[in-house]
Design a protein around this ligand. Structure first.
Ligand SMILES: Cc1cc2nc3c(=O)[nH]c(=O)nc-3n(C[C@H](O)[C@H](O)[C@H](O)COP(=O)(O)OP(=O)(O)OC[C@H]3O[C@@H](n4cnc5c(N)ncnc54)[C@H](O)[C@@H]3O)c2cc1C
Length: 356
């Protein structure tokens, strides 16, 4: 049986929960007007899958969801709490507190058009909605650049997403590829137990000064401009730079942050640069980022000639080519604070659009 309703939200991470909270405030009934569908086993969005050593002290900071402070859900010794425990705990309580209609595990395989409605095909049947808020994040689309010879490598290749603990690499040589915050954090951890090589495409830009709201706003503005022009969102760290935390300063003093440019080839035993120099390795760890999980939206043909989806609306959450569809946690809103704001803007604009 198909279920007809006003709005389907896909994803119950920070972006989906913020949207759901604001849809309620705009008068949508969680019993009959909207659902939040998520295929993960429990609350927490992508946070439930993050590696054990990522704690509330080492993350950039998880912004409060609207109406309920994160700190309220934490006990003493907060800084050391694993992000993969604390954030899911918070989101779970949040869903209950606001009685949000989260259905899980429900996998959305495809969204198409049917008789003026959006047909959301799921593992639990089809939902026919007048509006859609997509909040599926990036965690499920790890990006690894294509490098000649990658299939020849006899060692192990893994992505940030697969990382659990540095101890599993003891006595192995690890090449860490990537210039983002995760790359530097994992390089720091791994270099405490074994030898490492650090490779980045561009010269890393370290930021000695604190991360001010202005720096954040500038980064968001650049990404927002790109998606309004229909370009793929691009990386925020290229704008914000890498924060020099005490751990990073210590790693620098240990001589670990000596960076090499990107290699041109992968061999059976390691990597080779264009000048012929080589490094043998047992492991290549790709900390090369993520792309947005949007494959299930392909039938809607949202992508334009620029290779991205042209976005519009107050915070660029609305798809220009299909105003029934909002993307939150996408591009400029791919942070916990951005996801919060995007959820609010999307809920308001979508309910206004549907009530026209
Ligand atoms: C290692 C790492 C550390 C980070 N640290 C910080 C930080 O400190 N501060 C910060 O602000 N941001 C941080 N970010 C970015 C931040 O995690 C995100 O911007 C934000 O939490 C993402 O929220 P989201 O709701 O967009 O996505 P997610 O949390 O990824 O939630 C998406 C949800 O959609 C569901 N889903 C996906 N596809 C489907 C489907 N087809 N059907 C059904 N359900 C689906 C998933 O199960 C998931 O629950 C970090 C990112 C990474 C990778």
């Amino acid at each position: 049986m198909d279920t007809e309703l006003e709005v389907v939200v896909i994803g119950a991470g920070q972006a989906g929960l913020s949207t759901a909270y604001h849809l309620r405030r705009h008068g949508l009934d969680p019993e009959s007007d909207f659902v939040v569908l998520d295929h993960a086993p429990g609350p927490g969005g992508a946070w439930q899958f993050r590696w054990p050593s990522l704690t509330l002290q080492t993350v950039n900071g998880v912004h409060d969801l609207p109406g309920m402070p994160f700190a309220e859900t934490l006990g003493p010794g907060v800084d050391a709490v694993r992000a993969a425990d604390a954030v899911p705990h918070y989101y779970g309580l949040y869903e209950k507190r606001f009685d949000l209609p989260v259905h899980r595990p429900v996998h959305v395989s495809m969204v198409g058009d049917r008789a003026e409605r959006l047909a959301v095909e799921t593992s639990e049947g089809t939902f026919l909605a007048r509006g859609l808020v997509n909040a599926t994040g990036t965690w499920e689309r790890p990006f690894v650049p294509s490098v000649p010879g990658a299939e020849r490598f006899a060692g192990r290749q893994l992505h940030t997403r697969d990382y659990r603990t540095a101890q599993e690499f003891e006595d192995e040589h690890v090449i860490v590829v990537g210039g983002g915050i995760s790359a530097v954090q994992l390089l720091d951890e791994i270099s405490c137990v074994t030898s490492t090589t650090w490779v980045t495409r561009r010269e890393p830009q370290f930021r000695e000064k604190p991360f001010t709201p202005d720096v954040g706003r500038d980064a968001v503005a650049i990404v927002e401009d790109r998606v309004r022009r229909g370009l793929p969102p691009g990386s925020v760290v290229s704008v914000t730079g890498l924060p020099v935390t005490p751990a990073i300063r210590a790693a620098r003093e240990r001589g670990v942050l000596h960076r090499l440019p990107m290699f041109s080839e992968i061999t059976e035993t390691g990597v080779r640069w264009a000048d012929g120099s080589e490094q043998t390795a047992d492991v290549i760890l790709w900390c090369t980022g993520f792309r947005s999980s949007l494959d299930h939206l392909a039938p809607l043909r949202l992508r334009g000639a620029g290779g991205g989806i042209t976005m519009t609306g107050r915070l660029a959450t609305q798809v220009a080519a299909d105003p029934r569809v909002h993307l939150v946690g996408y591009g400029p809103s791919a942070s916990t604070v951005g996801a919060n704001r995007a959820g609010r803007a999307a809920a308001r604009e979508l309910t206004q659009f549907l009530n026209r």
